[in-house]
Design a protein around this ligand. Structure first.
Ligand SMILES: CCCCC/C=C\C/C=C\C/C=C\C/C=C\C/C=C/C(=O)SCCNC(=O)CCNC(=O)[C@H](O)C(C)(C)COP(=O)(O)OP(=O)(O)OC[C@H]1O[C@@H](n2cnc3c(N)ncnc32)[C@H](O)[C@@H]1OP(=O)(O)O
Ligand SMILES: Cc1cc2nc3c(=O)[nH]c(=O)nc-3n(C[C@H](O)[C@H](O)[C@H](O)COP(=O)(O)OP(=O)(O)OC[C@H]3O[C@@H](n4cnc5c(N)ncnc54)[C@H](O)[C@@H]3O)c2cc1C
Length: 670
């Protein structure tokens, strides 16, 4: 048997902590680690889940392959009698975007969140058993961010006890819903509810769009795919669709009636729950997307880190561990470290804030069940803000990882182009990132205005209770080591965040109306929201370190990562920190000194820190990120697999190359 050479073994031997213990920290618990590890291996070893040929498939082949895998996933879930937790891990590791993401991720949560108990009893078993396949049809051709502006109508017909769903204009066509184009049989459709001639705004309706017998669209329904999207592979395996209704009738009881309902007599009745619960599915998915951002970024970082340890360029002649003369590993260049290590730290930071957000969401759901709606505004602000912050940083980070791999990063076989193409729309879907930050700033301005009324800020805004101190406090750092003190870091971030918010609140008073002020100051408001969200990530990382963290050297590594995450943010947003007086220029320079020293401290551990993500080679899907670091022979092998190399002389030679060459030869002879 061929011995598998581990080109990264020397790097691994330098680690100063227990990788196995770090894997548990990354996974969240021993149980989560064990389940995810088992399912990851199951997927990796099953040829039915092969994905290395995706980049060369045509759109139709890719789509069909995704359908096949989704069906196979369902088959394996049933054959192996997987629990809900195991089934989620299976879908996750299969790593192929398909209608199932929207079905499980949005359609089912929308029913759970907005349907009455009775409605849930009818529809959830059908959805859970895949007897119907659902999509989430909110966005329209002319309206995405502005949900209140949706045009699709649902008009109540008292005579027949039905709603008539209609698309009155081209711009009211539903546009984008995943799984809609070719697969979904049902949709949660967001439409303006009209009864008794009055428009009650946007509500959710459960509408069947395709026949369960022959899959044809039902009468009055026009539906199709919106076309190819950015990047090969990526989102092209999914059928984002358009949908138009021509007076399609549905029974009255297919309005999702938890928040409000229409009676048999056509009377609109509100329940005691806030109308924002209609947007509950968005809060749920935004929270998941934060976890997804840490995964996408950590995948890219894992690839770039391993490859940076394998790749050598320039440098004074070294001897490797076998005494052979070699060039410098690119990971030893300080520029490479200053680009890569903050991304590694961000992956961990996002993981922990994602864990916390999951807790916040679970807590919200428990409270909602007890009719306590008090934490809904904060949950909305946190999910919206952190979704925005983490997806923007992860998308930029993935792109940076691809550049960190030089030319080879641009190859499909690096896995990075597809990862980027698949992840970058997360900056837009589930709410455009700027629009979401404006929601956070609205929440912050409201919190500040309530300070004057004596209302005590809670949760992630609790720091605002100390506004008087934070507005005038001075950072105490005198030497670089002082930047390792978590309370010093926290106070600098709190001071920057509150000073930016207070400045916005003061400036807003200078405008004739709040609306005008919000519009004029929106770039500043976005910066204040970013500062607040970064403070949340920083504080959750620091809180994580205060927990009981077991394992040889694990806590020390996390402390170093936390320092890097925070100090790099200070470095990147120096303008904010200096202009608000939260730190001085001298302290900024000490922060940079400390940051450099943290990079050196981290260096020998980075391969082990990416190993702790516990990604299989199958999941990573990258020649550059292979666990064994055996990059070059595998790149060469992959190149040979390209369809262009199927023949020695390419198709088209006889039509287009040979005649051209002959013509030129003849011309030369003349
Ligand atoms: C195995 C399966 C796993 C599933 C995994 C699923 C996901 C995993 C990760 C990857 C996904 C992969 C594939 C899926 C890909 C894509 C799916 C994409 C789906 C979509 O994009 S669906 C469409 C999403 N659309 C949006 O997000 C639109 C954005 N716009 C809005 O949210 C809102 O319209 C707005 C901008 C927030 C509202 O603006 P405005 O008109 O000013 O406000 P009002 O509507 O009047 O609201 C006022 C009031 O309400 C508060 N508010 C707003 N939104 C919410 C909310 N969601 N929850 C609670 N409260 C909310 C707002 O703050 C205001 O409060 P006030 O107190 O200030 O009055
Ligand atoms: C891959 C993908 C999958 C999707 N899946 C679904 C799905 O399953 N179901 C579904 O219903 N939808 C889906 N969507 C649609 C998605 O939710 C919307 O694209 C998103 O909400 C943004 O809306 P928009 O496209 O209308 O952007 P717009 O709102 O038109 O944004 C355009 C620009 O205007 C800016 N802008 C907009 N409003 C403001 C404002 N008030 N202040 C300042 N700037 C502003 C934005 O920042 C952006 O730069 C999907 C989208 C993508 C890309």
């Amino acid at each position: 048997m061929e011995r598998i050479m581990d080109h990264l073994a020397h790097e691994r031997s330098k680690a100063q902590f227990s990788v196995e213990e770090m894997k548990i920290i990354w996974a969240g618990s021993l149980h989560a680690f064990q389940v995810s590890d088992r399912i990851a291996r199951l997927v990796a070893s099953d040829p039915g889940f092969r994905k290395d040929n995706r980049a060369v498939l045509s759109r139709k082949e890719l789509f069909k392959s995704a359908l096949r895998k989704a069906a196979y996933v369902w088959k394996r879930i049933n054959e192996l009698a997987l629990s809900e937790e195991e089934a989620s891990w299976l879908r996750f590791y299969v790593d192929e975007l398909a209608y199932a993401y929207i079905h499980w991720g949005m359609f089912v949560p929308a029913i759970k969140g907005s349907a009455t108990e009775e409605q849930q009893q009818k529809w959830l078993p059908l959805a859970n058993n895949m007897q119907i396949i659902g999509t989430y049809a909110q966005t329209e051709l002319g309206h995405g961010s502005n949900v209140r502006g949706l045009e699709t109508t649902a008009t109540f017909d008292q005579e027949t006890d039905e709603f008539i769903i209609h698309s009155p204009t081209l711009t009211s066509s539903k546009w984008w819903p995943g799984g809609l184009g070719k697969v979904a049989t049902h949709a949660v459709v967001y439409a303006r509810l009209i009864t008794d001639g009055q428009d009650y705004g946007v509500h959710g309706f459960l509408v069947q769009i395709r026949s369960l017998d022959d899959h044809f669209p039902l009468p009055g329904v026009t539906v199709g795919d919106i076309g190819m999207k950015f990047g090969s592979g990526a989102f092209n395996s999914i059928d984002n669709g358009f949908l138009r209704f021509n007076h399609v009738r549905i029974p009255r009881n297919q309005m999702l009636m938890k928040v409000s309902r229409v009676t048999r007599q056509g009377k609109y009745v509100e329940s005691n729950v806030p109308k924002q619960l209609l947007y509950g599915a968005m809060v749920y998915v935004r929270q998941i997307i934060v976890a997804d951002a840490s995964i996408a970024l950590s995948r890219a970082v894992c690839i770039a880190t391993r490859y940076s340890a394998v790749r050598r360029q320039f440098g004074p002649p070294h001897e490797d561990e076998n005494g052979k003369g070699v060039e410098t590993q690119v990971i030893d260049y300080k520029t490479q470290q200053s680009r890569l290590f903050p991304l590694l730290a961000s992956a961990y930071a996002f993981r922990f804030v994602g864990e916390w957000l999951k807790w916040l969401y679970t807590d919200l759901i428990q409270k909602l069940e007890a009719n306590d709606f008090s934490t809904l505004p904060e949950a909305h602000a946190c999910t919206a803000g952190l979704k925005s912050l983490t997806t923007s940083a992860a998308a930029d980070g993935i792109k940076e990882c691809w550049k960190l791999c030089g030319g080879h990063g641009y190859l499909s076989s690096s896995g990075l182009p597809e990862l980027y193409a698949a992840f970058v729309p997360a900056c837009t879907y589930e709410g455009d990132n700027i629009v979401l930050l404006l929601q956070v700033s609205r929440f912050l301005m409201k919190t500040i205005s309530q300070l004057q009324t004596g209302k005590k800020p809670i949760g992630t805004t609790a720091y605002m209770a100390h506004v008087e101190h934070l507005i005038q406090c001075r950072c105490t750092v005198q030497k670089a080591e002082d930047w390792l003190n978590p309370s010093v870091i926290l106070e600098a971030f709190e001071a920057r965040a509150i000073r930016l918010s207070v400045a916005c609140a003061e400036n807003l008073t200078k405008f004739a109306t709040p609306l005008q002020g919000f519009s004029e100051l929106s770039p500043d408001l976005v910066e204040a929201a970013v500062a607040h969200c970064q403070l949340i990530v920083v504080s959750k990382f620091i809180e994580k370190l205060q927990q009981n963290i077991e394992g040889n050297g694990v806590k020390q590594q996390l402390e170093t990562l936390c320092n890097i995450y925070c100090l790099n943010l200070i470095h990147k947003h120096l303008g904010d920190f200096l202009s608000t007086g939260s730190i001085s220029p001298k302290q900024a320079s000490l922060a940079s000194d400390q940051l450099r020293s943290r990079y050196s401290k981290l260096r020998s551990n980075v391969i082990a820190l990416v190993d702790a993500f516990n990604y299989t080679d199958h999941f990573l899907g990258s020649v550059l990120g292979r666990y064994d670091g055996n990059v070059y022979p595998k790149l060469y092998e992959e190149a040979w697999k390209d369809p262009l190399n199927d023949s020695i002389v390419p198709d088209g030679y006889h039509e287009y190359i040979q005649p051209l060459l002959k013509q030129q030869l003849q011309n030369a002879r003349l």
